[in-house]
Design a protein around this ligand. Structure first.
Ligand SMILES: C[S@@+](CC[C@H](N)C(=O)[O-])C[C@H]1O[C@@H](n2cnc3c(N)ncnc32)[C@H](O)[C@@H]1O
Length: 369
């Protein structure tokens, strides 16, 4: 087993870990540390350019370190930044976006909005818990070891209030179980036992921040005949635009099972993978002026990028919004749009996940036609 070493943490990586260097100048990442901390760590993974270490002990806390609010912080596999003041979290996230743009050589636009969260605790409307016998909690990061907890400071109060009752209900299962708890938009608690992640369909976890995201997107996109809401889920991002568009096509592998009665007839759900749907729609003919929203999962558009971009251009898309929950994937797609001749007009960086290193980035792009 590797021996313990003592390090001074110098910086914070946008990926979440504290950063130090060994005597050869090699970078060492140590999760759950803060700049200024003097720590004892054990190196657990070594590469040529960097190493990963686990924190054994904080010998002297740095000036910015704060006491984490949750007793399971560092073990439950959830948030990684409770030991940092929120202002420092947000600074690291927002500066990280500009840094990532520099790396892919994309010039940030003149106009951008940086939107930190006001509600930084008890914001999550959905959590996935694990349980067995009389224990309920989360899996330790990267393992299937259950870390029992009696509440989660990131979860909405409605979830925490039902914790004991859920634990009691779970005792009826004879084997390990998972349960997803979600607070509906009307404030009711929904429980889904032993089902896949986001069984009720994808929903942004921070309702207030989600409203700001929707508002920003609605402000950017000009009225058009058609709006393609790709990876659109239940239409979260396109529904605010119903009065500005002649037709809306919301395409997702998982669309709502039931159509809400207030959704007007010109809003169409398509349960499909994005690329085949675009190919089919393209061959059907219409070339009316159009706009698009793209909100793919963490991998971004990946290897489908060129085909999706080609289809949207053929369909007459003149402006689009690209939303990304993974900064590197979002930057990769953005640099490809710019290389294709799209203009990066505006950007928004928004915090949908306080106490974690995740950041949501949004670009507004237009095309010269
Ligand atoms: C980040 S979520 C965005 C959902 C929606 N825009 C919202 O704000 O609620 C990504 C969505 O992509 C969908 N998805 C993943 N791969 C897909 C694919 N190949 N084609 C269509 N939808 C896909 C998922 O079902 C999920 O709803």
């Amino acid at each position: 087993m590797e021996t313990a070493i003592i390090l001074k943490i110098q910086d914070l990586a946008r990926g979440g870990a504290g950063v130090s260097r060994d005597s050869d100048g090699r970078v060492i990442f140590v999760p759950f540390t803060a700049p200024g901390d003097l720590v004892r760590v054990r190196v657990v993974e070594e590469n040529k350019r960097y190493a990963m270490a686990v924190l054994l002990e904080v010998l002297e806390p740095g000036a910015i370190r704060q006491a984490p609010r949750c007793p399971a912080f560092g073990t439950c596999g959830g948030c990684e930044w409770q030991h940092l003041p929120y202002e420092y979290q947000w600074k690291t996230k927002s500066e990280g976006v500009f840094d990532a743009l520099r790396r892919v050589q994309v010039q940030p636009p003149e106009h951008y909005d940086l939107i930190p969260a006001e509600r930084i605790w008890e914001y999550r409307n959905r959590v996935q818990l694990r349980g067995f016998k009389n224990e309920l909690g989360f899996f330790r990061s990267g393992t299937q070891d259950l870390v029992p907890v009696s509440r989660c400071d990131l979860a909405r109060e409605e979830i925490n209030q039902s914790w004991e009752a859920v634990r009691f209900e779970g005792e009826a299962y004879s084997s390990p179980y998972k349960v997803e708890l979600e607070v509906s938009t009307q404030g009711a608690l929904m429980k889904t036992w032993n089902s896949k992640h986001s069984a009720q369909g994808f929903r942004q976890v921070h309702d207030e921040q989600n409203e700001k995201l929707r508002g920003w997107i609605a402000e950017q996109l000009p009225p058009a005949f058609q709006l393609f809401d790709l990876f659109g889920g239940g239409g979260n991002l396109s529904l605010p635009l119903i009065n500005q568009m002649r037709e809306i096509h919301c395409v997702d592998l998982s669309v709502p099972h039931q159509r809400a009665p207030e959704i007007p007839a010109h809003f169409h759900f398509h349960r499909s993978s994005v690329l085949p749907w675009l190919m089919k729609h393209q061959s059907a003919g219409s070339r009316l002026p159009a706009v698009a929203i793209l909100d793919p999962p963490r991998v971004g558009l990946g290897e489908d990028f060129s085909k999706i971009a080609q289809s949207l251009e053929t369909l007459g898309v003149q402006a689009l919004v690209s939303v990304g929950c993974d900064l590197d994937a979002w930057c990769r797609d953005l640099s490809r749009w710019v290389k294709r001749g799209w203009k990066f007009e505006k950007m928004m960086v928004i915090d949908l996940f306080p106490q974690t290193s995740h950041v949501e980035s949004v670009s507004y792009l237009t095309r010269f036609v």
